[in-house]
Design a protein around this ligand. Structure first.
Ligand SMILES: Cc1cc2nc3c(=O)[nH]c(=O)nc-3n(C[C@H](O)[C@H](O)[C@H](O)COP(=O)(O)O)c2cc1C
Length: 210
């Protein structure tokens, strides 16, 4: 294997969602490298639907205020929510502004690929990153905060900083458990299921590689 292949595969395996980061600032050029990596993600018809909003310093407080604005919540709960964007020195909101002529799922998928690029780039640059979602991504006031259109989809927040501690890798099911290799029998069953409706879905079970 080439050293490039080794490096890419190692980055994919060794990247972790890092919750605990130091609060000291991240140099702007590192943040820009993470964003540059994002825009090399695959995207159908080159629509490049992603939008990035970089929050540092007091911009994170402003987002916290928006998140915690519900007066029906207890003061403690509101304070806990208000603090959320302060967990990292950099919070990058990632959204897609979908091209209305294209399937929405394609546009979302491109944005998701861009986020994975960001996480891998952050890891390669020695940063810790985590993708966070939660209720905030569906909150109209949060979309307004970022000036997003009604059609836009907010995909989450990438929290970035220098790692304070990196978790152990969580267990993964092996790919073989989620994979079906088509052989002659499964292909025949699949054709029958699709064309004649003769074989119920679920008949074809994942098999290991041969
Ligand atoms: C769409 C999406 C949303 C996520 N949202 C959160 C979140 O809100 N809070 C959180 O702690 N982790 C979140 N994560 C990170 C996952 O918890 C993490 O990827 C998982 O535990 C596997 O760990 P790893 O990324 O280190 O392999 C999210 C991941 C994805 C893909």
């Amino acid at each position: 294997m080439t050293s490039q292949a080794d490096a890419v595969l190692a980055a994919i395996r060794e990247r972790r969602s890092v919750k605990q980061v130091r609060l000291d600032p991240v140099p702007r050029d590192l943040i820009e490298q993470v964003l540059e990596a994002a825009v090399w993600a695959p995207n159908h018809h080159l629509t490049q639907p992603w939008r990035f909003f970089v929050l540092t310093g007091s911009a994170r407080d402003a987002l916290g205020e928006v998140l915690a604005r519900d007066p029906a919540l207890s003061a403690d709960k509101r304070e806990a929510i208000r603090q959320k964007p302060l967990r990292a020195p950099v919070v990058i909101a990632v959204a897609v502004e979908p091209d209305p002529r294209r399937p929405l799922l394609d546009e979302i998928a491109a944005g998701v690929a861009a986020i994975q690029n960001m996480l891998l780039a952050a890891h390669a640059l020695g940063l810790g990153a985590i993708w966070r979602t939660g209720r905030a991504i569906e909150d109209p006031a949060v979309k307004a905060f970022f000036g997003l259109s009604d059609r836009a989809v907010l995909l989450g927040f990438v929290y970035l900083g220098f790692p304070a501690s990196v978790p152990e890798p969580p267990a993964r099911r092996p790919a073989s458990e989620c994979t079906m290799w088509f052989d002659a029998a499964t292909t025949a069953a699949a054709r029958a299921r699709a064309l004649d409706g003769s074989s119920p879905a679920g008949t074809v079970e994942p098999t290991s590689a041969t």
